[in-house]
Write a new protein. Structure first.
Length: 508
């Protein structure tokens, strides 16, 4: 199906925007801990019209552009090239439209996850958005272009499943407002119609693993244009508004942190819970003993209640479970307690509750784990400026849950590198954080990471499950795909951005 684009006016207004060139250090780095040397300047549009005007201005200059959002990304996607301008979407925030009948909400792309949840609570308190990234300061637009997953992807998949529409700009400033179903490829073809003629994009067929993944553009022979843009890491267009589908809250919600004296039993419990036909958890979040040890090297006051609970623990599992009523809660608790006793674990060694406070406390613990790893690297970076952590983000099929944990544990232990393993065990998606002490260990970590990625792909896994490719993982795409398949990605990039001006350092 063709989608028509009229070329933008070369001068939307006579106003010329001057980029910010001072106090821009924050825009040179993100949570990956990579840092750019410089940028030509930073634009901070206050609304979508101003954004469009800036894009048209930079089109006339044939300038390169890096899109910046909340800068919570872990793969360096928001790090600018020295010869590019940064356009930050941080001021494009807030509610755009609410449709109670469809249970949909449209927000500007710079809206944080915490702000989104507040908007929903204020307007549709019986509904919620099911995807739950760990970082609440992350932006909704950033989550869309990365196809974010998070803890609840076990039950709800990635954010792609819940986006019903996008408003975005092409790099030259042209605006499109599309809903799912408006533009669908026919036999693998999209046609771009302009007054200058038509350009056709023929999508090649590429097989992707069935596991959770964010490994390049998502498409098949009948792909929706919305889906092609989701997960594109800002390389095809600039998302300015996102329309999200909500669902009703469960009548009751259990938050349960279970502590294990055996790591193996903790992993077995993951398999046990996700195999249930009666109880379907939203998430199963795993924390290993190394993560716990690192976390409590310097226990924060906000985590004091967990110190004794997690002392000498070999693993912990965070379970989120929707329930219909009190009777169902009792039934689950009895069966779960029986399972734990049968496997020589203490059912009382847990924090559990159906109130919002318990959920917030456990989430605070879960979020503190990666925060602590970032703190460690930040301290080491003082003496080794080029240092950053290596965060593995790979996923495998269900039958390889034990195998992949053993693979990480065995191979990394051989190296003498410091590492921790935590994350989305329900999806067989562990966040392995390697914590190099110096630049030599960083190179060692990069090498072992690359070799492990080959083994993951050989098991029909994915080299990136939810954090995308960005700058850091472009080489890993060569493990996942053939040269011909990567050229297919480049063809899509050139179709939307012929001069390769937009986020040119990302993914491709």
């Amino acid at each position: 199906m063709a989608f028509e684009i009229k070329p933008p006016q070369k001068a939307v207004s006579s106003k010329q925007f001057t980029p910010q060139t001072e106090d821009i250090e924050a825009y040179l780095r993100d949570e990956s801990k990579l840092t750019a040397t410089s940028t030509l300047g930073v634009f901070r549009p206050k609304d979508k019209l101003e954004l469009q005007q800036i894009l048209c201005q930079l089109e006339q200059e044939n300038a390169k552009i890096t899109i910046s959002a909340a800068r919570t990304g872990l793969t360096g996607g928001g790090i600018p090239d020295a010869d590019s301008y940064v356009i930050s979407l941080e001021r494009l925030t807030g509610l755009v439209k609410l449709d109670a009948d469809l249970a949909e909400v449209t927000v500007s792309s710079g809206t944080s996850w915490a702000e989104l949840n507040s908007i929903i609570q204020a307007n549709l308190p019986n509904y919620f958005f099911p995807i739950d990234p760990t970082e609440q300061s992350a932006s909704v637009g950033g989550a869309a272009v990365l196809n974010a997953g998070g803890a609840r992807s076990l039950r709800f998949g990635s954010v792609r499943n819940w986006i019903t529409g996008l408003r975005f700009f092409l790099v030259d400033g042209e605006e499109l407002n599309i809903r799912r179903g408006d533009f669908v490829a026919k036999d693998g073809c999209f046609t771009l119609s302009t007054v200058d003629g038509e350009r056709e994009l023929k999508l090649d067929s590429i097989k992707k693993p069935l596991t959770k993944n964010t490994i390049g553009y998502c498409y098949d022979q009948s792909i929706d244009l919305v889906d092609l843009l989701i997960g594109s890491e800002g390389s095809l267009g600039i998302v300015v508004e996102v329309t999200l589908r909500l669902i009703e809250k469960a009548p009751m919600f259990l938050s349960h942190l279970q502590v294990f004296s055996s790591l193996k039993t903790g992993l077995k419990c993951v398999e046990h819970l996700r195999a249930s036909k009666e109880f379907l958890p939203y998430s199963l979040e795993f924390i290993d003993d190394k993560s716990i040890e690192k976390l409590f090297e310097r226990p924060k006051a906000t985590l004091e209640k967990f110190v004794s609970l997690l002392k000498d623990a070999k693993a912990a599992l965070f379970i989120e479970l929707p329930l219909k009523n009190e009777a169902e809660l009792i039934k689950f608790s009895e069966s779960f307690f029986e399972y734990l006793i049968e496997h020589n674990e203490d059912p009382e060694r847990a924090l559990s509750g159906t109130d919002d406070r318990t959920l917030a406390e456990i989430k605070k613990l879960r979020h503190a784990v990666p925060e602590r790893m970032n703190e460690i690297i930040a301290e080491r970076k003082i003496n080794h400026p080029g240092l950053h952590k290596l965060g593995m983000d790979m996923s495998v099929p269900d039958d390889y849950l034990f195998g992949v944990y053993d693979l990480y544990e065995t191979e990394l232990s051989k190296t003498g590198l410091e590492f921790v393993i935590f994350g989305h065990a329900g999806n067989n998606h562990f966040h392995v954080n390697i914590l190099p002490r110096n630049l030599e260990e960083l190179e060692q970590a990069k090498n072992i990471y690359f070799e492990l990625s080959k083994l993951i792909v050989s098991k029909e896994g994915a080299v990136a499950a939810e954090h995308g490719i960005g700058r850091l993982k472009k080489n890993f795409l060569r493990v996942q795909y053939s040269a011909e398949e990567l050229e297919s990605f480049s063809k899509i990039k050139r179709f939307f951005d012929p001069k390769l001006r937009l986020n040119s350092h990302v993914m491709i």
